[in-house]
Ligand binder design. Sequence first.
Ligand code: 5AD
Ligand code: SF4
Length: 416
Amino acid sequence: MNEHDSERIAGLLTAGGMVPTEELGDAEVVVFNTCAIRENADNRLYGQQGRILQRAPWVDVVVGTHAIGSLLDLVRLAEREGPQMDVREYTEVFPSALPAVRGDRHRAWVSVSVGCDNRCTFCIVPLVRGPQRSRAIGDVLAEVQGLAGQGVVEVTLLGQNVNTYGRDITVPGSSRRPLFADLLRAVNEVEGIRRIRFTSPHPAHFTDDVIAAMAESENVCEHIHFPLQSGSDRVLHLMNRSYRQARYLAWVLRIREAIPEVAFSTDIIVGFPGETEGDFRETLRVVEEARFDSAYTFQYSPRPGTRAAGLEDQVPKEVVQERFDRLVALQEGISLERNRALQGRTVEVLVEGEGRKGGAQGRTRSNKVVHFEGEPRPGEFLDVTVTGAHPHHLDARDARPARSVTVDREPAAAAS
Ligand code: 5AD
Ligand code: SF4
């Protein structure tokens, strides 16, 4: 989401006549797009937004997430009148109405909703992005079609809680609310888009219609980011996450039955206030059982203004670190095992560019990074044979044009 905001910021400044520079020293405008989700260098340095202008007098403009559209005006105003700040609490212009300079010619993010109506007690998103607001399905489709026309072959639908898309709007001319499943099916019909991804869904809203839409839409990739956060029922309750361990694991099973090739990734927080060794072992248990392909693991970081930040029983840093290391070690082993299962198999990759050690790098539909010999031609679809597995990537050889390129979707198109 933040990277996509950066693309919007670049788009706005470019539309205003500015040109990007390779040399920082040549730049007249430098934008720092900070992230508040966890305590990081940026906000450790600057603290609260409102104080930036006092603490960093060389800053000319401060904009919050809702005011990105005003950035260019503020930069111009700052030239005449000095430092400007706009950290308003509500967006008038949906960010996708802003121009974007996209970082990748073949893969694009498409924002379908912003904000979140949940109140996970650790999370600052509802405070900085506001309540959920969905974009009209027609606007999303128009953007995806436009992107396809420019040669984009993969889109990632973005929303803080992407699978509750539509519950705050109605289909034009009707009182019906569009559903995330409708959106997936509609994007699946856009000519030229070969891969559809989405992030992030909330497990509790991963309903049967979404699973069916995924299973039946051939361009929707077999990868689900399925944030667990904790495996302990007690901690899930304290986090204000609505599901419990047993339900979560049942969903994983059911989705695997419907979409056999599916890969799961997850988010896990270690050291939520009050987390005991017993709670943490429950998380390890779920990780053992769910067999995620990959996991983003985070040490809990108190965010000012969130409910959890005020809880007693913050877990000591050394304890969090020790648990974190155990979790990472367990998951690395499982990731490796999941990747080893692909050895010898043929997988389709979309080429992204050069590999780190020469050769090319691509990505499978299941979102696994693949390194292979050959000319890196970004945007190309290739079939490769997997020869080696690592926790975070696969090695492959025998790159050849993907068979599926010739598979067309005539039957589906004819039916509609
Ligand atoms: N501390 C640690 N991790 C957090 N996340 C969100 N807020 C916090 C926090 N305060 C993690 C969650 C979320 C991911 C984007 O970041 O796991 O899913
Ligand atoms: Fe934050 Fe996601 Fe919870 Fe919303 S659903 S409050 S974005 S963690």
